[in-house]
Design a protein around this ligand. Structure first.
Ligand code: 4AD
Ligand code: MG
Length: 431
């Protein structure tokens, strides 16, 4: 019995006979030769079946194998300088594990709706493989960034009794007869944890009933959120900057092959070095007006404004001190100008939009109570949160980074729908 190996490890077996288990990505025949493109999740390998080398039944089976059939293929590993991985296989035997029915995703072009309907199969493509590997590395890099710097991972609940990010994007669920919501952000719970442990972070799914169809919004997305006691806005901006530099650098090192396979220019990511430009909301307004995008003071920025601003820099830009009226209730007011919130949004270059949102939290009990009332939120639902200001309140700050927007930027994808294995959007709940 030949040893079983994977395509990623094939180089260790040059000259030997091995067995690979995988799926048929494509097949082409030419006289006495059948070329099988076999993928196994670690890579793709050309396996050449030469009629005189195999039993007649094997040649026959190989000649009729349908796309995505599962198979076990045994043969000699041969160096081939023309092959993408440097090797090919001279086949001695093919065992068909399961002959696939006619595969719906053929090599021809398909529309996005069709591909999303077949997302469970679309994941098998080279491009989707590359994106999912980048995503996996982004998640690991985020976690390790915080793990290596003394942060404690604290998981926030998914069922919540109150809104964190405004009441217009809440998903309500029936919680044994009581109304509850799917979490929009772990932040409020992380604030409790920061006062218990100092430096904390959470990583989990978050939900927003986003009714708009944009290329940056999902209804279910994953967010990594650090929260730090005694940190102010300045410290928050420094943390966001350092975090992005480290995560981008690491993903670029680990996943360069995938990023290049996606035809994403790695040069744009190599420029992500400190320091990032930092501008105030007011400075951003001037820049937008100069660029012919008039925005009234007090308006929030939409995707268009973010794209115009970000295009003026070659690395992420930090926009801080937005008008408090466009930001969440928990933002601390700027003591220099109470109309402003001590908050920051990080805009990715090249039009990928806001990837990080955060800031310093209101730590004064009376001010926070007033803000909750001004936002028309039920104080009773926040009584536990207000306790954090009653019992040893301290300055604290944090931020949230959306994994999907980060992956879209790193992979150079126009839309976030390809950055998550099974996207959930306004008009999509399946597969
Ligand atoms: O700016 P947001 O709404 O901030 C918060 O939720 C804070 N509570 C986070 C905190 O301070 N701990 O969202 C943070 C990030 C955005 O910058 C964006 O990357 C992502 O989450 N995001 C979305 N990603 C995909 N689809 C959506 N609908 C998103 N909404 C926000
Ligand atoms: Mg935001």
């Amino acid at each position: 019995m030949a040893p079983v190996t994977t395509i990623a490890e094939i180089g260790r077996h040059a000259g030997a006979v091995v067995t690979l288990r995988g799926w048929l990505r494509g097949r082409r025949s030419s006289g006495k030769l059948v070329f099988l493109q076999v993928r196994d999740g670690t890579g793709t390998l050309q396996c050449t079946v030469f009629r005189p080398d195999v039993p007649a039944a094997v040649f026959e089976a190989a000649s009729h194998l349908g796309q995505e059939s599962s198979l076990s293929v045994t043969g000699e590993v041969r160096p081939d300088p023309r092959a993408p991985g440097g090797y090919e296989m001279a086949v001695r035997d093919v065992e068909v594990v399961s002959q696939a029915a006619e595969y719906p995703i053929s090599p021809k072009e398909h529309g996005t709706a069709f591909l999303l309907d077949h997302r469970h199969l679309w994941l098998r493509s080279r491009r989707q493989n590359a994106i999912l590997r980048v995503r996996s590395s982004v998640v690991r890099a985020c976690r390790e960034y915080f793990d290596d710097r003394g942060f404690t991972l604290v998981d926030a609940p998914i069922f919540t009794p109150a809104a964190c990010e405004g009441t217009t994007t809440l998903f309500a669920v029936d919680y044994f007869g009581e109304p509850a919501y799917l979490t929009q952000s772990g932040q409020l719970y992380l604030e409790a944890a920061a006062l218990a442990l100092g430096k904390v972070y959470c990583f989990g799914p978050t939900f927003r009933a986003e009714k708009s169809k944009t290329r940056r919004h999902l209804t279910e997305f994953w967010m990594v959120e650090p929260e730090v006691a005694w940190m102010d806005l300045q410290g928050d901006m420094d943390l966001a900057e350092d975090f992005l530099v480290e995560v981008v650098g690491r993903v670029l090192r680990e996943r360069r092959a995938e990023i290049e396979a996606l035809e994403r220019d790695p040069g744009a990511l190599e420029r992500v070095k400190k320091p990032f430009p930092r501008i105030t909301y007011d400075e951003a307004l001037v820049r937008l007006r100069d660029a012919g995008k008039p925005v009234e003071w007090g308006d929030d920025f939409g995707g268009d404004e973010e794209t115009v601003l970000a295009s003026q820099f070659d690395r992420p830009v930090l926009v801080h001190r937005y008008p408090a009226q466009v930001k969440a209730f928990y933002m601390k007011g700027d003591p220099e100008d109470p109309r402003l919130a001590l908050c920051v949004d990080v805009l990715a270059p090249e039009g990928y939009g806001e990837i990080i949102g955060g800031g310093q939290r209101e730590d004064d009990l009376a001010t926070l109570q007033r803000r909750i009332a001004e936002h028309g939120l039920p104080e009773a639902a926040f009584s536990w949160y207000l306790d954090l200001r009653r019992y040893g309140s301290v300055p604290h700050a944090g931020f949230g980074m959306g994994i999907e927007r980060m992956v879209a930027w790193l992979c150079g994808l126009h839309h976030v729908r390809e950055t998550i294995p099974f996207p959930r959007m306004l008009e999509r709940l399946t597969p």
